[in-house]
Design a protein around this ligand. Structure first.
Ligand code: PFF
Length: 448
């Protein structure tokens, strides 16, 4: 099987495009608010540094050595008597589960991009009504924008690695960076900036609990796109001369930086207007527009830029969520790219409608299980269970199943003897122990 290759910069942008997404700009800020600020940020940073980065190197390595779709790469690299490892490759299908709610949120962003033009809400009550009405009552509008998102993502993926994924990332990622850093520059001039800084970086451990820790670990996998084969699938098209370690470092660094910048921007605006931090998923859709309405026309421009950045971030991640399954269907069943994209898109489009209906008043009950909306179930299942499980399988495979000589030959010349030993220790012991610990905690077997 021959897969197209990225250029070196194309690969970095595509991998960073995958990592930097709604997780950074929408989810990280509101989770930080919900779980108390600095202590949550610190747990997140520690996980990224000691587990996330190592797992990213491991995941890229499987793709770069395997050079196939996720199932094919595991199968090819596993020793002859352990071919069952190929089933680990089905982690690629998690992307479709994520897409069911991810695409709905991209739809909300599209809606807001247009709503900004008809004026920003001036009170939280008004903003909350707009958001709650959209999510709770306007199923048709949501289905429309969700469909637009499915079509755009499908089109980019249909264009393939070079003409679609690489090209769009090379345009969207720099645009996103420019907008976000522009907003940061402006936010830094506000009174709220200092407060935002303290909120995010002064650790108040009294607010942290086991749930916050589990969510921070889960989120660090989600934000780095780890544990579901997105990075692995892209790495199958890694140019031969590219350094895995360097790329993983750049992607991890960019992803973390952008989450922190997004948090600082949003909280600077919020605190400037004296708004509270803990608001949940509605944070960027409710509080931010109200706060920005106080800035007059400038506020409209800022809101537009913000939602544009959010849309770009979401789209570049979404394509990486769909590509693994598309690649699998092409490799395995010899499907045309068109057929693979259409079938894949239809699946998450339909389940996505179920997810958005689960938040509506009219259909909520039907699409809930045990009182939990399908949307929340899908989100929790992926970010807190499936991605860490995928990460664990990757760590075990690279740490224990792949022959050390092979791993050494691929990475030692990039890392040097000493760092290779540190990385291997992390992948063999720190990552698996932390992930198992987290999963036991989640199952309620072990409470911290
Ligand atoms: N990393 C993306 C974000 O932060 O929004 C989400 C994501 C993309 C998760 C791709 C997993 C993945 F494979």
């Amino acid at each position: 099987m021959k897969v197209a290759q990225f250029s070196r910069i194309g690969f970095i942008m595509a991998a960073a495009g995958s990592a930097v997404g709604l997780g950074n700009i929408w989810k990280f800020p509101y989770m930080t608010g919900m779980y108390g600020g600095g202590a949550f940020v610190l747990v997140y940073l520690i996980t990224i540094t000691f587990i996330g980065f190592s797992v990213m190197v491991a995941e890229m390595l499987i793709g770069a050595l395997g050079r196939r779709d996720t199932v094919g790469s595991f199968e090819r690299l596993a020793p002859p008597n352990q071919k069952a490892w190929k089933y680990a490759g089905f982690m690629g299908f998690n992307g479709l589960i994520i897409m069911t709610f991810y695409s709905v949120v991209i739809g909300w962003i599209f809606y807001y991009l247009f709503a900004v033009f008809s004026g920003l809400p001036t009170s939280t009550k008004e903003a909350k009504t707009i958001f709650d009405t959209l999510v709770g009552q306007q199923a048709g509008i949501q289905i429309f924008w969700h469909t637009v998102s499915v079509i755009i993502v499908g089109y980019i993926v249909y264009r393939g690695i070079k003409g679609g994924i690489e090209k769009f990332n090379l345009i969207l990622m720099p645009s996103l960076l420019i907008i976000l850093f522009g907003l940061l520059g402006y936010a830094a001039t506000l009174d709220g900036f200092h407060k935002a800084w303290n909120f995010m970086f002064a650790s108040d451990w009294s607010k942290i609990n086991s749930e916050a820790i589990v969510r921070a670990v889960g989120h660090s996998f989600f934000t780095l796109s780890l544990g579901m084969g997105a990075i692995m699938t892209y790495a199958a098209s890694l140019p031969k001369q590219a350094s895995i370690t360097k790329t993983a470092f750049i992607v991890t660094f960019m992803d973390t930086l952008i989450a922190l910048v997004a948090g600082l921007v949003i909280y600077s605006f919020l605190f400037h207007e004296g708004a509270p931090a803990a608001q949940g998923p509605g944070l960027v859709f409710i509080s931010l527009p109200v706060v920005l309405s106080n800035f007059g026309t400038l506020g409209t421009v800022l809101a537009l830029l913000f939602f544009l950045a959010l849309a770009f971030a979401g789209l570049t991640s979404a394509i990486s969520l769909v590509e693994p399954v598309v690649q699998y269907l092409i490799d395995r069943f010899d499907w045309s790219r068109t057929k693979a994209v259409v079938v894949t898109s239809l699946v998450y489009w339909i389940v996505g409608i179920g997810a958005l209906l689960s938040y509506t008043k009219a259909w909520g009950k039907l699409f809930s299980v045990g009182g939990k909306p399908l949307f929340d179930i899908l989100e929790f299942a992926t970010d807190s269970i499936l991605l860490p499980l995928g990460g664990l399988l990757i760590a075990i495979f690279v740490g224990y199943v792949l022959p050390k000589t092979k791993v050494y030959a691929a990475l030692e010349h990039e890392m040097g003897e000493k760092y290779f030993a540190v990385w291997r220790f992390s992948i063999r012991y720190i990552a698996p122990v932390a992930l198992i610990f987290m999963m036991l905690n989640l199952l309620g077997i072990l409470k911290i």
